[in-house]
Design a protein around this ligand. Structure first.
Ligand code: FAD
Ligand code: DLZ
Ligand code: SF4
Length: 503
């Protein structure tokens, strides 16, 4: 009995369910397909990372004596789609059984149903879509914090008997500091492209010349061994400060103390459990403080699992709501980075250069602007899905649609993450290099985030005023003179009318 084991580009984990008990005579099918490379025009570094990691993984499997049927993008017979390639492979191998691990995305699950394959669960995650649905069932609000506590109990991570380590579930009040001027974050480990990666880069440059992003700074790990090295470097050099400076932003350094492992985690080169266990071990050894380790583990055990749960609970259709009725086209500067708003220029510049920006850049700079300016959720979501090396719909969509844009009306976030220039000024050094001033509210030098923030509240008053977490800003708004409100609305309209959309 021969088995065809299908392995997708984000399933590069040796212990994944579809590869377990692989027998001599079985074939692993891996396919580079144009449909996946172009369902959105991914950043060139993201394409390079995926194809190079796939090629390295295939070669490691072959090194173990496993037969791999690897379809390259430039294979003349390549049909360009998963389904076409599975059909061709079926004809070549006539397997008695086809195995595949469930995909990350709804879109691919729909295709997969036609492959005649046994679809196995993806147990690289701590929770399953079914267990999340059980947790969510009957709850009025799906708050991450309560889900996270259950995940701590279930996984045993950072637990002392039945109690959370240190007596608290969450140490966020110790976190979120701005970066002092004299603190320099460690240099991050990057990996020079090897021959396989360089070959992929040439292919991507030739096939996808118009895709977003620069190639020059490509430094991603493309093997598990290198990804583990990057993780170790983070744990020893950055984790101790992760909590303190998690929300800080610095011009010219998009990585700061973040782990920069999401691209590896999301394609399977690293697994969530091993990352959390290594972080916990650092705390138990006394090498990293609890506020940092708990804050870091919460991102993976809490947020990452929670957004996956929301995605599968709400799909299909999750991305179709537009609670704030936002329709403004995405301005061109999201592609070029050419804007006088220095925070936006820096966040988009980091994104072009590295296919990476950290969470606060995504949420409180580009996301916050999109929210305040009323940008069309579908266009914004497409942008986030293509510009980041770690972007897959299951994790990108809830973060963008729910967390950043509040387009789901509060399924994910209890209130919109709307902030004025004061927040960006407090958490970054961007404002010092900006033509606008964060403490000027109106007039030519005023920070656009300031009047856009109040204009956002005015425009959305009917939708947001009843939200108890918005009570404070709406009380302030109620005390504002009508003339001032009119001035704010006028400034905002002039600014927004000056934004360009796609031509
Ligand atoms: P760290 O800050 O070091 O955090 C450690 C890990 O925790 C990350 O690698 C990631 O796996 C996980 N994590 C942290 N926050 C989240 C979160 N909110 N949701 C899910 N996992 C989280 N993350 C993606 O992996 N893919 C995406 O496409 C993506 N799109 C986003 C879009 C928006 C608008 C926002 C606000 C956030 C998005 N995130 C996404 C979440 C987060 O920004 C990234 O996971 C993080 O910046 C990755 O960098 P890091 O590995 O250095 O993370
Ligand atoms: C993202 C991506 C890209 C760009 N290309 C491929 C590919 O050619 N072959 C492949 O197996 N996987 C690719 N991927 C990852 C898939 O899109 C990913 O497996 C799905 O998003 C799963 O839902
Ligand atoms: Fe951004 Fe406003 Fe600061 Fe300029 S002044 S960097 S636009 S927050």
């Amino acid at each position: 009995m021969s088995t065809l084991r299908i392995l997708l580009g984000d399933q590069l984990t040796r212990g994944i369910s579809s590869l377990r008990d692989c027998q001599p005579g079985d074939t692993v099918l891996m396919m580079e397909v144009a449909e996946e490379a172009t369902y959105v025009p991914h950043h060139k570094q993201k394409l390079t990372l995926i194809f190079s990691a796939m090629r390295h993984f295939a070669s490691e499997l072959r090194g173990e004596g496993i037969t791999v049927d690897y379809i390259r993008l430039d294979d003349p017979a390549n049909t360009g789609s998963f389904t076409g390639e599975v059909q061709r492979a079926f004809a070549r191998h006539t397997p008695s059984r086809i195995l595949v691990t469930e995909p990350g995305e709804w879109r691919v699950m729909e295709m997969m149903k036609s492959w005649g394959a046994e679809i196995l669960g993806d147990d690289r995650f701590f929770a399953t879509p079914a267990s999340f649905a059980v947790w969510a069932n009957g709850r009025k609000q799906l708050r991450m914090e309560f889900f996270y506590r259950d995940m701590r109990r279930l996984s045993g991570l950072l637990m002392q008997a039945d109690e959370p380590a240190g007596g608290q579930w969450n140490f966020d009040h110790d976190n979120r500091k701005s970066l002092p001027k004299d603190v320099t974050a460690p240099r991050r480990q990057r990996f020079a492209p090897d021959a396989i990666t360089r070959e992929v880069m040439d292919m991507v440059a030739a096939r996808f010349p118009n895709h977003f992003g620069d190639f020059e700074a490509f430094g991603w790990a493309v093997t598990r061994a290198d990804a583990l090295e990057a993780l170790d470097h983070f744990i020893t050099s950055c984790l101790p400060n992760f909590g303190d400076y998690q929300d800080a932003m610095k011009q010219g350094n998009g990585f700061l103390y973040h782990s920069v492992i999401s691209p590896y985690l999301n394609i399977g080169l690293l697994t969530p459990r091993e990352i959390c266990e290594r972080a916990e071990a650092a705390w138990r050894r006394g090498d990293a403080p609890l506020n940092a380790v708990e804050g870091f583990i919460r991102q993976i055990l809490g947020w990452r699992e929670y957004v996956r749960g929301i995605y599968w609970l709400r799909m299909p259709g999750y991305g179709e709501t537009n609670f704030l009725d936002a329709h403004r086209p995405l301005p061109d500067f999201y592609w070029t980075g050419k804007t006088d708003m220095n925070c936006m220029a820096q966040a988009i510049g980091d994104t072009r250069l590295h296919a990476y920006a950290h969470h606060i850049q995504r949420l409180m700079v580009t996301g916050n602007f999109a929210l305040l300016a009323g940008l069309d959720p579908v266009q914004v979501e497409q942008w986030y899905l293509l510009v980041y090396a770690d972007a897959y719909e299951w994790v990108e969509l809830p973060n963008t649609h729910g967390m950043a844009l509040f387009a789901d009306g509060g399924v994910m976030a209890s209130k919109p993450y709307a902030a004025s220039g004061a927040y960006i000024d407090r958490m970054s050094d961007y404002c010092a290099g900006c033509r606008f001033k964060p403490d000027v509210k109106l007039g030519p030098g005023a920070c656009p985030f300031n009047y856009l923030y109040w204009d956002f509240l005015i425009r959305n008053e009917a939708r947001l005023k009843a939200n108890p977490r918005m009570a404070m800003p709406y009380r302030t708004l109620a005390r504002m003179e009508p003339d001032r409100k009119a001035d704010i609305a006028r400034h905002a309209r002039t600014f927004l009318d000056g934004l360009d959309g796609p031509k």
